[in-house]
Design a protein around this ligand. Structure first.
Ligand SMILES: [Zn+2]
Length: 252
């Protein structure tokens, strides 16, 4: 009852902000030496668990970062110009931990989500309200599996990316599937969880994900950045097993 009232009175955006503030305040109880989060810069004795199918020791107790967010931040810092050049950046469905690192940079930073509670701009990825070739860098992590019309979304990402730019796209991949599994008779959240591994996924990507991205014209390079960083870094920063952490670097 109290929970329902709280949800009714406090708008979702403020509830998210409040949850993150409380989490940050109590995070010192997790401080330790075993693991480090490069998003918030703190070290912990353990990370928290995450996911409908539980992944152990993966979520930062302070900033909420996950394996893929920490890996992507390493990539952005070491392999892109985002921290040094005045780029035009589109960040689709921005993760708070990355938003905190990016929104105050000297760049044109557009963070967008279909739900206004989750970003500064309301953006439908299948109808991105920006001109052709506009963005130097597009970040779109773990979004496409949730979009009913994925083909249109990929076309839009292609359209708004500049000719010298690149899009960094990530998704959950089942490496045993040669072809992406998508069954249109699956409707309920329970069935989605059973078939795709998450309540709100529309498909489970297979190893053909690269081909799907290439359809509108992208040239796709699949980067396993965990391998480039090495096992010590992967262990300390908990950078995952590679199922959610491949970086698909797309150029046009
Ligand atoms: Zn953190």
């Amino acid at each position: 009852m109290i929970k329902l009232l709280y949800k009714k009175i406090i708008p979702e955006k403020q509830r998210i902000h409040l949850r993150l503030s409380v989490q940050k305040a109590i995070s010192p109880v997790y401080y330790g030496e075993n693991y480090t989060c490069n998003c918030c810069g703190k070290s912990f004795r353990k990370f928290l668990d995450k996911g409908n199918v539980r992944r152990k020791n993966v979520r930062c107790p302070r900033c909420d970062s996950l394996e893929r967010n920490r890996l992507l931040l390493f990539y952005l810092e070491k392999e892109t110009d985002i921290f040094t050049k005045n780029l035009k950046v589109l960040h689709v469905a921005p993760e708070n931990c990355l938003y905190q690192k990016l929104h105050s940079l000297n760049i044109e930073y557009i963070d967008g989500d279909i739900d206004p509670a989750y970003a500064s701009h309301v953006i439908d990825i299948t109808q991105i309200p920006y001109p052709d070739n506009y963005f130097d860098l597009v970040i779109c992590s773990h979004v496409l599996g949730h979009i009913p019309d994925e083909r249109k979304a990929i076309q839009e990402l292609y359209r708004v990316l500049s000719k010298n730019g690149y899009a960094l796209i990530m998704t959950l991949i089942n490496k045993e599937l040669e072809k992406t599994y998508e069954n249109h008779s699956i409707k309920s959240p329970e069935e989605r969880l059973k078939h795709y591994g998450e309540f709100d996924l529309y498909r489970l990507h297979g190893t053909d994900f690269e081909e799907r991205l290439a359809k509108p014209g992208f040239t796709v390079e699949t980067v396993d950045y965990r391998k480039q960083l090495g096992q010590d870094i992967v262990n300390r920063y908990r950078l995952g097993d590679g199922n959610r952490e491949m970086i698909f670097k797309c150029t046009k």
